[in-house]
Design a binder for this molecule. Structure first.
Ligand SMILES: Cc1cc2nc3c(=O)[nH]c(=O)nc-3n(C[C@H](O)[C@H](O)[C@H](O)COP(=O)(O)OP(=O)(O)OC[C@H]3O[C@@H](n4cnc5c(N)ncnc54)[C@H](O)[C@@H]3O)c2cc1C
Length: 296
């Protein structure tokens, strides 16, 4: 998704330098917005950047900075002006991971597996003026573009994963016998899967329509639709994986079938790219008329 950001916000020189290497995998760019003290309320971030000579110098810390185990660059967000919580005044910087002062302290071990989600310290990280991606002070627009793309991608992936779990559970229920009859004849098996199948159909429609709108409109026009699709699809994937585990009985709980892994993977989506409460907050802001950049 950083390819899309450089395409949309990059200078001609940044596009020339970065686009092709990112596409072929020579450049791998991590995304550093979340901090130890601020996640959902990202506009309150505490990392600061100040100008020194012609350079910028960044100080702060980042949390869950994914992919830092192999990233060549980190897209770091820092406040360059304004007050905590202001939508304006945050700037995005493309920082090579080899820059002195940018250090991975450790990686967090998560629900899914030991992973690459880094705790990063940012101490006197000096970058030239042309490291800024987008306009100075307009980094929140860069971050929003990233999460919008990621949210619809997650939603589509979750609908697909949910449908897979439903289909596998239905197939298993037809061939597994208890008390001499297929599991599938029991309404206790049929009805939960029917509910999930119906939700998958509804969400597939919402995801497709939202993606279609996204291709045609300013992203901010459809931001609440993206949030609706995201939080409901991610929840559906978890519910369908949980149900597939239940229908498969003890085997469903093993790592020899994929459902527990699907559950762990998609459970993450209910927190990252804005937790589901944050998505609901966005929809509610539209519904109740509390909108505005402070709610982004
Ligand atoms: C596996 C993983 C990978 C990640 N990768 C990245 C990455 O690459 N880059 C990056 O920048 N970040 C990344 N993150 C961080 C992620 O974006 C944050 O965890 C997320 O935004 C939530 O922030 P938080 O953890 O600080 O929770 P908090 O903001 O502290 O919120 C805690 C809980 O309270 C809820 N909550 C908060 N405010 C309200 C409210 N007003 N009303 C109701 N409920 C509320 C939240 O929804 C959440 O459930 C990753 C996280 C994980 C777990």
């Amino acid at each position: 998704m950083v390819v899309e950001l450089v395409q949309a916000f990059g200078t001609p020189a940044q596009r020339e330098e970065m686009l092709e290497p990112m596409i072929v995998g020579e450049y791998r760019v991590a995304f550093g917005l979340t901090e130890p003290n601020h996640g959902s309320d990202a506009a309150h971030l505490e990392t600061r950047a100040r100008q020194e000579g012609g350079d910028w110098v960044l100080d702060g810390a980042k949390r869950f900075n994914s992919w830092m185990h192999s990233a060549t660059h980190d897209l770091l967000f820092a406040r360059t002006s304004g007050e905590p919580g202001d939508g304006e005044g945050i700037t995005a910087f493309l920082v090579p991971t080899s820059t002195p002062g940018l250090e991975v302290d450790h990686f967090w071990w998560t629900f899914n597996m030991p992973t690459d989600h880094a705790e990063v310290s940012v101490k006197g990280v000096r970058v030239p003026a042309d490291a800024v991606l987008g306009e100075v002070g307009e980094g929140l627009a860069v971050a929003q573009r990233f999460v919008h793309s990621s949210r619809i991608r997650q939603a589509a992936a979750s609908v697909g994963a949910a449908q897979y779990c439903i289909d596998e559970a239905v197939a298993y229920a037809k061939q597994r016998h208890t008390w001499g009859k297929p599991l599938a004849v029991n309404q206790g098996i049929q009805f939960p899967l029917t509910e999930l199948h119906t939700d998958a159909e509804l969400l597939r429609g919402l995801v497709r329509r939202t993606a279609w709108e996204l291709d045609r409109q300013n992203q901010l026009e459809v931001t609440q639709m993206i949030s609706m699709a995201n939080f409901r699809a991610n929840r559906l994937a978890c519910d369908a994986a949980d149900r597939a585990m239940q229908v498969h009985g003890g085997m469903g709980y093993t790592r020899h079938l994929p459902f527990e892994h699907i559950y762990r993977h998609h459970r993450r989506y209910r927190i990252t790219e804005g937790a589901e409460e944050v998505q609901m907050r966005k929809v509610a802001a539209e519904l109740f008329g509390f909108g505005g950049r402070a709610n982004a």
